[in-house]
Design a protein around this ligand. Structure first.
Ligand code: PRX
Length: 668
């Protein structure tokens, strides 16, 4: 991580949770009795008892949960091995399979013919899979993977639109013990190539394309661009789902149609008993240094965490129809579209499209049509709906809803209130869930039957999660004081390492802070405050990671993309508050001498970043200057750039600036 100027950053205005809004926020909402009365955690006291139980004997707490919530081919003999921190081993000796837990174990119950997955395509086509049907599709796909040469331990990359085959492929990989690496379909061919090379993927599963915002978005062409001409030597085969039917190239001997290979397979494929610590997946995420890192999650601990958190937070009932609007390319899609809901035997809804000018009510239409009871989305979407006004949602019948959730970025109290009133009809609790790719599942969130909520606060840590807000020595800070959001003790869903780089794992997450007692504590880049009731208010990233519409991007990645353009000699990227997106991207760029800067170059550089990383990383604004503000030791003073980008006065000490005239020029 680059060095963090914590106080500086916490004082910079972030969308939503500014210190002023926290200190002024006095609204509180008790859990509605319709939920509390029939919930297994229907009172704050029950939550507190669970917290106390987990604290007094964590191993007993997690061990009991693992035995009661998961199926084991062989029981574990050690709940947690923390003898070599930060490398944890959970449930050693045990054998389980998450595909079995998500499918097979429901088949002997009344859930066998219940809808497991309900999918709606953007053009309005609907496909439903009962647990029995989904099991069959997953088995066939698992057999197809074996048939094309994928073996236990081989990495399989997925570069998919939001179609049922994405979930089926994940479960099929898990079934045969092939770790998956899902790459968000909005990433560029270059970004895909980096991830395929880093993960040494043996096979790629993709589609001709998908439908998004009234357009067919191609995918297979990007796969070709990433792997053709031996660019990814590990990739031996490509399985292609037919979705858009647009013409694509199929390379004989390497590329195969999903429908041809899968339909030829047997309906049964036994789930491979996996060791608890066998890899389940790698998912790349941005950090503040270098290339995105492959976050490694393993079988049993991740399964337990996705399962338990889903059960606790969504208070799931047999008749619920649950919908999470994330993409499977992100951790939210992994844990809360696929693994968490299916492990609990719930009905999970998946949507290919997005609200768009031709159908701004697309989400509400889906809620009405499928009688959705639990809805989980991102603050950026809520802010966009809010801007469009209530007249759109008001035309739909959303009386089926009983619970609302948000994830991905801080939610400002006004957006929270709007969500509760307009979408939730003032009756549905809102659960604001804080977590990260690295944590595997939610860490801080209200429990809807137990926790009084306050607009803008993720409220309290889940039982067993020792979260705190600390200074750089690991000491708890005072009430309402800003600090680093940390977790002091291991938990089952924690990431196990960075793929291929255990040093980076140790240094960036567990040794960044230097507690005086010498203990490792987990810190992954967020700042927070705790109020007098112990409620957490997340302030956003305090490192060089920005959160654009809930998408996490490293400023350094964008800088590298800019500098890879021949006319750019230096670049510094910062975030600035954005009413809709949470943060916008502003790039300060110096050019090779003799280069003319004009609008055409701005457009070219924006397009260059989009093609290097993906459209989500395209800068909102590019500013040119002769030089960047640096300290005498050559460090770019980002604090100054952040202030300039958001149009604020440059506050604080600027005496370390090497050349003060740079500041005046940038201002002008
Ligand atoms: O800054 C926090 C923000 O999203 C980051 C994690 O991003 P990612 O790994 O992509 O996972 C997103 C989905 C969990 C965090 O470090 N974040 C996530 N949820 C919240 C949040 N910030 C504030 N409130 C939240 N509820």
């Amino acid at each position: 991580m680059r060095s963090i100027d914590l106080l500086d950053l916490l004082m910079t205005s972030k969308p939503g949770n500014s210190i002023e809004s926290i200190l002024q926020e006095e609204r509180s909402f008790s859990p509605p009795s319709e939920i509390a009365d029939s919930s297994s955690i229907g009172d704050l006291k029950i939550y507190q008892e669970m917290v106390a139980e987990a604290k007094s004997d964590p191993k007993a707490f997690w061990g009991k949960a693992a035995l009661s919530e998961l199926h084991w081919f062989e029981p574990f003999n050690n709940v947690l091995d923390w003898s070599n921190p930060p490398f944890a081993r959970w449930f050693d000796g045990g054998k389980t399979n998450i595909s079995f837990n998500c499918l097979d174990r429901h088949l002997s119950t009344s859930r066998a013919d219940k809808d497991a997955l309900v999918w709606e395509g953007e053009p309005g086509d609907v496909r439903r899979f009962t647990y029995r049907e989904l099991h069959r599709e997953v088995c066939r796909t698992a057999n197809a993977l074996k048939a094309i040469g994928v073996r236990k331990g081989d990495m399989v990359a997925l570069y998919m639109p939001m179609v049922p085959e994405a979930a089926i492929a994940m479960l099929a990989c898990a079934r045969i013990g092939a770790p998956h690496s899902v790459v968000f379909g909005g990433f560029s061919a270059e970004a895909l190539r980096d991830r395929l090379i880093d993960g040494e993927a043996k096979a790629v599963i993709t589609a001709d394309g998908g439908f998004r915002k009234d357009k067919a978005v191609p995918l297979k062409t990007a796969v070709d661009a990433a792997i053709n001409n031996g660019a990814c030597p590990s990739v031996e085969s490509v399985l292609v789902v037919q979705r858009t039917k647009d013409p694509i190239d199929m390379q004989p001997g390497r590329d195969m149609w999903w429908h041809e290979v899968v339909s030829a397979q047997e309906d049964e494929c036994l789930a491979e008993p996996m060791e608890s610590e066998d890899r389940l997946f790698v998912l790349y995420t941005s950090g503040s240094t270098g290339k995105p890192k492959g976050v490694v999650h393993t079988t049993a601990g991740y399964n337990l965490w996705a399962h338990l958190t889903f059960k606790w937070i969504f208070d799931i009932r047999e008749e619920d129809v649950y919908w999470c609007t994330a993409d499977v390319g992100w951790i939210t899609g992994h844990s809360y579209i696929v693994y968490g809901p299916l492990s609990n035997g719930a009905t999970t809804v998946m949507y290919e499209g997005a609200p768009r000018p031709s159908n701004p009510g697309a989400f509400w239409e889906l809620i009405q049509k499928h009688r959705i009871t639990i809805f989980y989305t991102a603050p950026t979407a809520i802010r966009a709906f809010m801007k469009g006004g209530r007249s759109v949602p008001d035309t739909y019948d959303m009386s089926s809803l009983r619970l609302l959730g948000t994830v991905g970025e801080p939610i400002n109290p006004e957006a929270w209130m709007w969500y509760r009133e307009v979408i939730g009809g003032n009756r549905c609790p809102v659960v604001d869930t804080w977590w990260q790719t690295e944590t595997g599942g939610v860490m801080i969130s209200p429990l809807p039957g137990a926790t009084p909520t306050k607009p803008g606060s993720a409220t309290l840590p889940l039982p067993g999660i020792e979260a705190d807000v600390v200074d750089s020595l690991g000491q708890s800070v005072k009430v309402n004081e800003g600090g680093y959001l940390v977790v002091r003790e291991p938990w089952p869903g924690m990431m196990r390492t960075v793929h291929g780089d255990s040093k980076r794992f140790r240094e960036s997450y567990w040794e960044y802070l230097k507690p005086i007692d010498g203990k490792n504590i987990y810190f992954a880049g967020d700042g927070a405050r705790k109020d007098k009731d112990g409620y957490f208010w997340i302030m956003g990233r305090v490192d060089d990671v920005i959160n654009v519409s809930g998408h996490r991007l490293g400023t350094m990645e964008i800088e590298s993309a800019l500098v890879s353009h021949q006319v750019v000699s230096e670049a510094a990227v910062v975030g600035r508050p954005d009413d809709l997106k949470g943060e916008g991207i502003v790039a300060f760029v110096t050019l090779e001498s003799g280069t003319q800067f004009d609008d055409q170059l701005i457009n070219e550089l924006r397009a260059h970043v989009a093609s290097e990383i993906g459209p989500i990383a395209r800068p909102d604004e590019i500013r040119f200057s002769d030089a960047l503000p640096k300290t005498r030791s050559g460090k770019i003073m980002r604090r100054i750039l952040r202030a300039l980008a958001s149009g604020e006065e440059v506050a604080g000490d600027t005496s370390t600036l090497e050349d003060r005239s740079v500041l005046d020029k940038l201002r002008s």
